[in-house]
Design a protein around this ligand. Structure first.
Ligand code: NAD
Length: 499
């Protein structure tokens, strides 16, 4: 076939697709070569960015190297397409996350079997609050020696790991941030939330391809393993890592030798004193701790209440949708929800969370506690001591331990212990400036929320913006497009100063 004929056929196909509601003629992407070999023959295991990536899978790949190579190719396409294409991609992801919130929320719940459907849906509906390209204003300086611009520019391909607790929301928010900064992304999702993630990635890429001709701006590894994680991290195209998860993946990412942005674990303490409004505090605590059955990393996980108001706080919690357990019921729930491994050396037993209870509905916990659950109960709670497993472990269940403390110093010290130095999130209910300041300084957490529920820290009822990846041990904070950029300086000497 002559070159002329090939070009003619390509244009005709693009026009027909456009009329059928497919690819707009303006985008004119090259037609997908049906079966470009999966790996190059050069022996590099597909790592080389030289050959074209396999087409037609819309970001979904079994092989980590293929997923990385395809993302690299799309990064180069995005570079050419410019900021307008980034804006389009973000618009598609935000619109589709909201439009598919019901379907994808259910899909994720069916696969992971943790959390609550209404909140899974809500987490997708709020992707629109994740910041985009407007975040990337250059810093400019001008003076006698001309002008200098510091620009926020892309890295290339970002390798990302997502948690089981919010799989599609995290990957959607990550795509918005990462692509706003001009990058492409490869996901190694949590194995127990990988199928729903692949559905979303494919749908996003299909729509993005239709609008921009870029097919693999976000790729995903369909059968994620430790090996695929290692392959992704090692791939030459992957310039930066973003991991969202517990201590294991944070440690693994930091050992790769690549720069890693780590959104790590938390165990957020709440301190309540006698200057707080008990009704407001109780409502906020229930709202935060019951959200998605307490799967949020920022969610209230244990409460330290000043002794003289503890009863009042608990009474308000009971009046606002939480159920108090007796000591016997707490013991029964603790036995079911934790496995106490015999102590080594020192003799102290170590509690680990029973995964069957993570993110489960209050009714499941109530059954284990041997209590009837009144309709509409959002959260269970009980009084415990500060060393109770429900305080010490990041338990992610709709249950809150309430611990009495003597004074501010005691409350701050206990909170600090329970937070384990993750520097993630802490919360206070108080109108005492001394208490607010002392706790804020001592806890030193990435998010410190005063007189509101945890989600106020992510722009939901408080000022600020949303991300599902809060970089804690590595210090970038609530991630945003700038988190995924390289700062580059462009200097014009002695010219273009216009005053
Ligand atoms: P998890 O740690 O079990 O898994 C998170 C991800 O890391 C998964 O994709 C998993 O496959 C991968 N992973 C785990 N260990 C790994 C290792 N050694 N090497 C490579 N990959 C590994 O966490 P989860 O249960 O899915 O999510 C809950 C945890 O994530 C909690 O600790 C929570 O606080 C944290 N989290 C933090 C944030 C944040 O923004 N800081 C957001 C959501 C969740």
């Amino acid at each position: 076939m002559s070159v002329v004929n090939e070009a003619l056929i390509r244009d005709v196909v693009a026009d027909v697709l456009a009329r059928l509601g497919g690819v707009p003629a303006a985008a004119k992407p090259a037609p997908a070569p049906a079966a470009t070999p999966a790996k190059s023959d050069c022996g590099c295991g597909g790592k080389s960015s030289a050959g074209p990536a396999r087409r037609g899978t819309f970001g979904v790949f079994e092989d980590a190297n293929e997923a990385c190579a395809a993302a690299q190719e799309s990064f180069l396409q995005l570079q050419k397409a410019g900021v307008a294409a980034r804006v389009k991609i973000i618009d598609i992801v935000k619109t589709m996350a909201a439009a598919n919130a019901q379907t994808w929320g259910k899909l994720e719940l069916d696969e992971t079997k943790i959390g609550r459907l209404d909140h899974k849906i809500a987490k997708l509906e709020i992707i629109k609050l994740v910041p985009g390209v407007e975040w990337l204003r250059p810093d400019a300086r001008s003076g006698d020696h001309g002008i200098t611009l510091e620009e926020y520019t892309p890295f290339g391909v970002v390798g990302a790991v997502t948690p089981s607790t919010h799989s599609i929301p995290t990957l959607s928010g990550n795509i918005v941030n990462i692509c706003a900064a001009g990058n492409a992304v490869v996901f190694n999702p949590h194995p127990s939330a990988a199928r729903c993630a692949a559905v979303a990635v494919r749908a996003y890429n299909e729509a993005i391809f239709r609008e921009t001709g870029i097919e693999n701006i976000a790729t995903i590894i369909t059968k994620p393993t430790m090996e695929s994680f290692a392959a992704m991290c090692k791939h030459e195209a992957v310039r930066l890592l973003l991991v969202t998860g517990g201590p294991g993946v944070v440690k693994a990412a930091m050992q790769t030798g690549k720069r890693a942005i780590c959104a790590g674990p938390g165990n957020p303490p709440v301190y309540v004193d006698d200057t707080a409004c008990m009704t407001r505090a109780a409502k906020a605590i229930i709202q935060g701790a019951s959200f998605d059955n307490n799967l949020l990393c920022i969610g209230e996980k244990e409460v330290f209440a000043l002794d003289r108001i503890a009863d009042k706080l608990m009474a308000q919690m009971e009046q606002n949708g939480a159920l108090k357990l007796t000591n016997a019921q707490l013991d029964a729930l603790t036995k079911a929800a934790f496995t106490i491994k015999p102590g080594e050396g020192g003799g102290c037993g170590h509690a680990s969370v029973n995964k069957d209870f993570i993110g489960k509905d209050p009714i499941v916990l109530a059954k284990a506690a041997g209590v009837n659950l009144p309709a509409g109960t959002q959260l269970l709670f009980a009084e415990t001591d500060a060393n109770h497993p429900f305080v010490v472990e990041e338990q992610m269940m709709p249950f809150l331990p309430i611990v009495r403390v003597k004074n501010l110093e005691d409350g701050v010290a206990r909170s600090l212990e329970a937070e384990h130095g993750y520097k993630h999130t802490s919360i206070i209910h108080s109108h005492d400036l001394e208490a607010l300041t002392q706790m804020g300084r001592a806890l030193d957490t990435t998010l410190f929320i005063k007189n509101g529920p945890c989600m106020a820290g992510l722009g939901l009822g408080g000022e600020g913006y949303l991300s599902f990846s809060i970089a804690t041990p590595t210090g970038e904070g609530v991630s945003n497009p700038r988190t995924f950029t390289r700062v580059r300086r462009c200097v014009m000497v002695d010219n273009l100063k216009i005053y």
